[in-house]
Write a protein that binds this ligand. Structure first.
Ligand code: IPM
Ligand code: MN
Length: 353
C-alpha cells in the first residue's frame, strides 16, 4: 500500500492534480497496486488566511509518505519569494531532494516551435542539482537601502552534492541506453571555481566507474543554442541548480510547452516529490481549460520512481496516444477538451490500450 501525499497548491494546481490522481486510480485498477492519498492544503490561500507557509510538523508528516504529488506553488496576491522559498524550496532542501529530473520528450503529434525537428530529435533528460548552487541562499545585503549598498549571492557547490548528482546522471545515461552519453552543462570559462569542481568530479567519477558512458561538455550558453539547433545531440544533461532551472524552461518549450512538461524532485529511496513544472497559471484558475497532461506525466514519473514500471510505461503510452490522436493543442483553452475530459481520455487509454 503506497502512501501518496497530494499537495494541490495554488491557482490551477488543484484542477490538474485531480486529473493526475484520476490517472493514478486507473493505473492502480489495471496493474493491481494499492495506494492511499492524503491532501495537504498548503499554498497561497492558506498563507493569506493564516500567515502559515509550511507548518513546523509538515516536513516530518511528508516523510511518512512514499511520494508527494504537487500541483503548483505561486499566488498573485503573495509577494514573490515567500511561497517559492518557504514551501517549494524548503521541501526540496528539508527532504534533501537532490535531483531535479526533467525529461524533455516530444510526443508524436505534439507541436514544437523547432522547424524540421520531430520526436526522434527531441528526447533527452536534464538532471538538475536541486539542493545547492545559487539556490542555497548564501550571501547577504550590506548597507541595504543606501547608495552604498552591496548584494552578494554565492553559489555553493560541495564535492558530496556534486558527486551524488553526477552519479545519478551517469546511472541514468546507462539505464536509458540511448546514446550512452552524459553532457556536463557548465561555465568553465568564467565560473572557474564552481565548475572546476564539477568538471574534475565529472571526469574522476566517469573514469573510475562509468567507462561505458561517453563524457561530453557544453557551456550553458552553447547548451541553449544546441537545444534549439541540434537537440538530437543530447541524451542526458547534468548541470547545477540555476542553469538547470533555466535550460529546462527552454526544454519545456521545445517539447510542446508547459502543458506537457513534468519533473521529479528526487532522493532515491526516500520520499520524492513530482510536479508539473508550469506553475500556477492563476489567470486560468477554475475555468477547466488548463492542460493536465503535465500533472499526469508527473504522476507517471512518481510511479516509475516507486518501481511500478509497467504502470508507468502504460501511462506514458496513454499520454502519447491522447496527445497524438485526441488533443488539438497542448495549450490551455485550445485542447478541444476540458481539463477533466483530458484526464478521462488518458484514464480510459490506461485502462484499454
Ligand atoms: C522550478 C521553478 C522554481 C525554481 C521556482 C518557483 C522557485 O521555477 O521549479 O523550476 O526556480 O526552481
Ligand atoms: Mn523554473
Amino acid at each position: 500500500m503506497y502512501k501518496i501525499a497530494i499537495l494541490p497548491g495554488d491557482g490551477t494546481g488543484p484542477e490538474v492534480t485531480a486529473e493526475g490522481v484520476k490517472v493514478l486510480e486507473a493505473a492502480a485498477a489495471k496493474f493491481g497496486f494499492k495506494y492511499e492519498t492524503e491532501h495537504f492544503d498548503l499554498g497561497g490561500d492558506r498563507y493569506l488566511a493564516t500567515g502559515e507557509v509550511l507548518p513546523e510538523t509538515a516536513v516530518d508528516d511528508f516523510r511518512a509518505f512514499d511520494a508527494i504529488l504537487l500541483g503548483a506553488i505561486g499566488h498573485p496576491d503573495v509577494k514573490p519569494g515567500i511561497l517559492e522559498k518557504g514551501l517549494l524550496l524548503q521541501l526540496r532542501f528539508e527532504l534533501d531532494l537532490y535531483i531535479n529530473l526533467r525529461p524533455v520528450k516530444l510526443y508524436p503529434g505534439v507541436e514544437t516551435p523547432l522547424a524540421g525537428k520531430g520526436p526522434e530529435d527531441i528526447d533527452f533528460v536534464v538532471v538538475r542539482e536541486n539542493t545547492e548552487g545559487l539556490y542555497a541562499g548564501a550571501g547577504g545585503l550590506l548597507r541595504k537601502g543606501t547608495p552604498h549598498e552591496v548584494a552578494v549571492q554565492e553559489s555553493v557547490n560541495t564535492r558530496m552534492g556534486v558527486e551524488r548528482c553526477l552519479r545519478y546522471a551517469f546511472d541514468l545515461a546507462r539505464k536509458r541506453n540511448k546514446d550512452n552519453t552524459l553532457t556536463l552543462c557548465g561555465k568553465t570559462n568564467v565560473l572557474t571555481y564552481a565548475f572546476d569542481l564539477w568538471e574534475r568530479a565529472f571526469h574522476e567519477v566517469g573514469a573510475a566507474d562509468y567507462e561505458d558512458i561517453k563524457r561530453d561538455y557544453a557551456h550553458v550558453d552553447a547548451t541553449c543554442m544546441w537545444m534549439v539547433k541540434n537537440p538530437e545531440w543530447f541524451d542526458v544533461i547534468v548541470t547545477d541548480n540555476l542553469f538547470g532551472d533555466i535550460i529546462t524552461d527552454l526544454g519545456a518549450m521545445i517539447q510542446g510547452g508547459m502543458g506537457i512538461a513534468a519533473g521529479g524532485n528526487i532522493h532515491p529511496g526516500q520520499t520524492s516529490m513530482f510536479e508539473p513544472i508550469g506553475g500556477s497559471a492563476p489567470k486560468y484558475t477554475g475555468q477547466g481549460v488548463i492542460n493536465p497532461m503535465a500533472a499526469i506525466a508527473a504522476a507517471q514519473m512518481l510511479l516509475a520512481e516507486l518501481g511500478e514500471a509497467d504502470a508507468a510505461a502504460q501511462i506514458d503510452k496513454a499520454i502519447a496516444y491522447v496527445a497524438a490522436e485526441k488533443l488539438k493543442s497542448m495549450n490551455a483553452g485550445r485542447m478541444g477538451y476540458s481539463t477533466s475530459e483530458v484526464g478521462d481520455l488518458v484514464a480510459d487509454a490506461v485502462a484499454t490500450l
